[in-house]
Design a binder for this molecule. Structure first.
Ligand code: AP5
Ligand code: MG
Length: 192
């Protein structure tokens, strides 16, 4: 299986590049942010609880997202592999994911980390916020909170996957096609 952690701060292009990668490599896209927004839209209990945190730019509890991911993996038995977008976001999530995949006889193949400067992230997210309706894209102080959550809780996962020899850094600015081509080169050279 090809199991990719597509990593990066808010607005780095994880969702954008996932769409291209799933077509190129026949993978299943698992975005915890998208799954949570689906729960919010459906007004489930989980969605109502998660919305309070998401709207403030804060992470939802680890056990909530770990449970969601496991049920999505189980409902896609027979997949070629998965792109994990926005997950894992804490060391506890990464540990749970490793154990979960081991139980299922597979593992993370690589982490691809999109590197983008804060000023560009803020510009992209404010721009998207004009049309997306995403509450967490609406102002710079919420975006700053999301970036702070990333820096304090999520960025340490680069070291986590480095220690496993799975970390790859990718320059995340430029055209969407050029970034996709950089990602594809790393995938091709890593799966040989
Ligand atoms: P999530 O939905 O994961 O949001 P995020 O990580 O903040 O990132 P985005 O989805 O906003 O950005 P992206 O990297 O996907 O970039 P995109 O391709 O959209 O999480 C939302 C919330 O859910 C969290 O804050 C948290 O509360 C909760 N949550 C989710 N997962 C969780 C977890 N595991 N644990 C706990 N809580 C969790 O691109 C952004 C914009 O830039 C778009 O408009 C796009 O068109 C544009 N763009 C893309 N590429 C380029 C380019 N090359 N040049 C110019 N513009 C570009
Ligand atoms: Mg996204």
């Amino acid at each position: 299986m090809l199991n990719i952690v597509l990593f990066g701060p808010p607005g780095a292009g994880k969702g954008t590049q996932s769409e291209k990668l799933i077509n190129a490599y026949q993978l299943v896209h698992l975005s915890t942010g998208d799954i949570l927004r689906g729960e919010v839209a459906a007004k489930t209990q989980l969605g109502l609880e998660a919305k309070k945190l998401m709207d403030q730019g804060l992470l939802v509890p680890d056990e909530v997202v770990v449970g969601m991911i496991e049920s999505k993996i189980d409902s896609n038995a027979g997949a070629n592999g998965f792109i994990f977008d926005g997950f894992p976001r804490t060391t506890a999530q990464a540990d749970s994911l490793d154990k979960m995949l081991e139980r299922k006889g597979t593992a993370i193949s690589m982490m691809l980390a999109l590197e983008v400067e804060d000023s560009e992230l803020i510009k992209r997210l404010l721009n998207r916020g004009l049309e997306s309706g995403r509450a967490d894209d609406q102002n710079e102080s919420i975006i700053a909170k999301r970036i702070n959550e990333y820096n304090t809780k999520t960025a340490p996962l680069k070291d986590y996957y480095s220690r496993q020899g799975k970390f790859h850094s990718i320059h995340g600015t430029g055209t969407i096609d050029d970034i996709f081509s950089s990602l594809s080169k790393v995938i091709t050279s890593s799966v040989k």
